[in-house]
Design a protein. Structure first.
Length: 147
């Protein structure tokens, strides 16, 4: 999954349970294409391979991923920015709040993906409803005397 923040998934794909995430992640990034400006891409350590990092650089993004401890030539990365990766993890936690997602009741991928889209829409809708907007408070006050 490629996500913009804790509420917005940009794209995602299903992969077999026995497959590594990095090839799927590279395919998703290649679909997005190059970015118009230098964007920081926060990645998990599973994506720290040379091939993935080079693809991110080719797409005009800055990879923010710590090197594995056994790297011969480790690189520097923005530690403060990497700590914000938890915002993306919150998106996964929010999706796992739907029982049909964490237990994977659906046998067909198309049905599971449809429910993922539905849960992302519901999650976004809940966020929009929770945002404090002045108009939401004006309407109830108009009807207070009618009760």
């Amino acid at each position: 999954m490629v996500a913009a923040n804790a509420r917005t998934a940009i794209t995602f794909a299903l992969s077999p349970g026995n497959a590594h995430d990095a090839p799927e992640g590279r395919a998703l990034l290649a679909e997005l294409g190059p970015m118009p400006e230098k964007l920081c891409l926060l990645m998990d350590r599973a994506y720290e391979g040379d091939e993935t990092r080079q693809l991110v650089l080719d797409l005009c993004m800055v990879p923010v991923v710590p090197p594995k401890s056994n790297r011969i030539e480790p690189w520097e990365y923005d530690r403060a920015l990497y700590k914000k990766r938890n915002e993306i993890e919150r998106l996964f936690r929010r999706l796992k709040g739907f029982r049909r997602i964490f237990s994977r009741f659906e046998k067909l991928d198309v049905v599971f993906v449809a429910f993922l889209y539905f849960s992302l829409a519901v999650s976004s809708g809940n966020f929009l409803n929770s945002v404090q907007h002045p108009a939401l408070y004006v309407i109830p006050k108009m009807y207070e005397g009618l009760r």
